[in-house]
Ligand binder design. Structure first.
Ligand code: SF4
Ligand code: SF4
Length: 115
C-alpha cells in the first residue's frame, strides 16, 4: 500500500490497510506527518549566541534545523523529536541551544494567549 493520505483527512486506516510489519514503503513519507508531536523536550535556540557553525544541522537526525543562506534561522518543530543531540553538539562556548520541557513551554504559550 502506498502511504495513505487518510490520516491527513482525519480518517485513520484500519489494520488491514497498513503494510505488514509496519514497513515504510515510500521514502520521505515522514515529511507529510507531524512526527514531532510526541516530543517531551524542545530545543530553544538563542540566536544571539549562535555562531552558525552548523554542527546542529550536521548532527540532527531528523533534518529539523532550518538553514537559509548559510545561517540557522529556526527549528522545524513539526518534525523535531526533542532528542537533544543539537544541544549536546552545540559548542559549549556558544551554548546556544537549551532543551526545555515541552509542558513548561506549552503552559507559557497558553497563558500568553489568555492575556
Ligand atoms: S532535538 Fe534532536 S530532532 Fe530536534 S532539532 Fe535537535 S537534534 Fe534535531
Ligand atoms: S551548533 Fe550551536 S552555535 Fe552551531 S549553528 Fe547550531 S545553534 Fe548555532
Amino acid at each position: 500500500m502506498k502511504t495513505s493520505e487518510k490520516d491527513l483527512e482525519g480518517n485513520k486506516p484500519g489494520w488491514h490497510d497498513l503494510p505488514r510489519g509496519g514497513l515504510i514503503l515510500e521514502p520521505g513519507s515522514a515529511a507529510r506527518y507531524k512526527t514531532g508531536d510526541w516530543r517531551t523536550l524542545r530545543p530553544v535556540r538563542d540566536a544571539e549566541k549562535c555562531r552558525n557553525c552548523m554542527l546542529c544541522w550536521i548532527y540532527c537526525p531528523d533534518g529539523a534545523i532550518i538553514v537559509e543562506d548559510g545561517k540557522v534561522v529556526g527549528i522545524d518543530l513539526d518534525h523535531c523529536k526533542g532528542c537533544g543531540i543539537c544541544a549536546r553538539e552545540c559548542p559549549p562556548k556558544a551554548g546556544a541551544i537549551a532543551m526545555v520541557a515541552e509542558s513548561e513551554l506549552r503552559e507559557k504559550d497558553a497563558s500568553a494567549k489568555a492575556e
